[in-house]
Design a protein around this ligand. Sequence first.
Ligand code: SF4
Length: 446
Amino acid sequence: MNRSDSERIQSVLEEAGYTFVEDESQADILGLVACSVRQKAIDRVYSRIHKWNSWKSNRNLLTFASGCILPADRMKLLERFDLLFDIGEVGELPSMIREYGVTTPGSLRSFPNEGGDEAAPTAHWNIRPSYSSSFEAFVPIQNGCDKFCTFCAVPYTRGREVSRSSADIMAELETLVKAGYQSITLLGQNVNSYGRDRPHSELSFAGLLRAIGELGKQYENSFRLYFTSPHPRDMSTEVIETIAEFRCLARQIHLPLQSGDDEVLERMNRNYTYSDYFKIVEDIRRILPDATIFTDIIVGFSGETEAQFNNTHRAMQEIGFDMAYVAMYSPRPGARSADWPDDVAHEEKRRRLHALNDELNALGQKHTEARVGRTVPVLVESPDRKNLYFSGRSEGLLPVRIRGASAELIGKVVPVRITAARPLSIEGELVEGLPYGWAAAEQYDS
Ligand code: SF4
């Protein structure tokens, strides 16, 4: 979401005559899109603005911040940045810069979405973004969240769920597809509750996927469409069946589990049980047998006992995720659980995190070994750290190290024969003589 917001900020500034520079030491204006939902991210914001402010004694420099900012952080950032604005106000950024020193209504609100009853900002959706990649794009379809998980402050920083119009989404997608984009990701805090804020006038999430599937047919399935993140509570069989029906919809699903224990899930206010979640996984395995499944898990949540953690560990073993982003719980100001005891010792959280990551690696190795010998389509992304290799991603978003590729292939989908497996990634070599592109992949031997 932050990347998509940044692309719109860049676009507004370019329209106003500013030029993007890679080197921050050459810039006259420096800004960032913050995320104060994670402490580490907000710590980086403070360290960055400290550095920028130290440069001000030698040069003229204006700084700004926007994004997902908790009220407590907002007041502190106001003292450090020259401008602070809600992302919905981005269209006014050039005039704010002209009147430098003027704070915005959004920046002065002490608690912008207290109670979560205010709709998330949407005005920035009308701005054509300055895409940072020529082959991979991120398209916001929804902003805000109505779910109020107790560990999360997003409903208070972003506001209530608002869906972007499907006509606007489809117009942006068609522009990207015509321009040859290979990988497009729909963004939202809860993408699969898309349309629920306007049930009689807007498509459902499955309906939106179907419309994109039809667009894919018109353009020979030349792209792969991803989405992040769906909420298990709203994950319908219809969505999974729609993905199976249209080839441009990627066989990859990121479905945050958070915990495998029902009591912890209840305290997190997730509104599903592990058995509900497991039924969705069974549906995915049955309807989309080739799909990779990614997840997010929190260990050491307030009050999490050893037995409750063991239930999460068993869930990891039972499901066998292709990737899991495991995080140690840390309370965030503004979230409900911040008032609860953070009572799992740091060392114990660390032990639980390592136990899950070890399990993930062991199971991941089995998944990747099963792919050795197959030829699969891989989107080439950049030179690899390893000399003579390039990095890319499979349709299932597994990292792939490719031998035999070259810089001209960056942004293209090429056939790669898998030769080696690592726990969560694969390695292979470019196959000569086969056509390129997602559509051509049907001719590979996988
Ligand atoms: S669904 Fe939960 S974790 Fe996700 S943004 Fe909403 S409150 Fe946060």
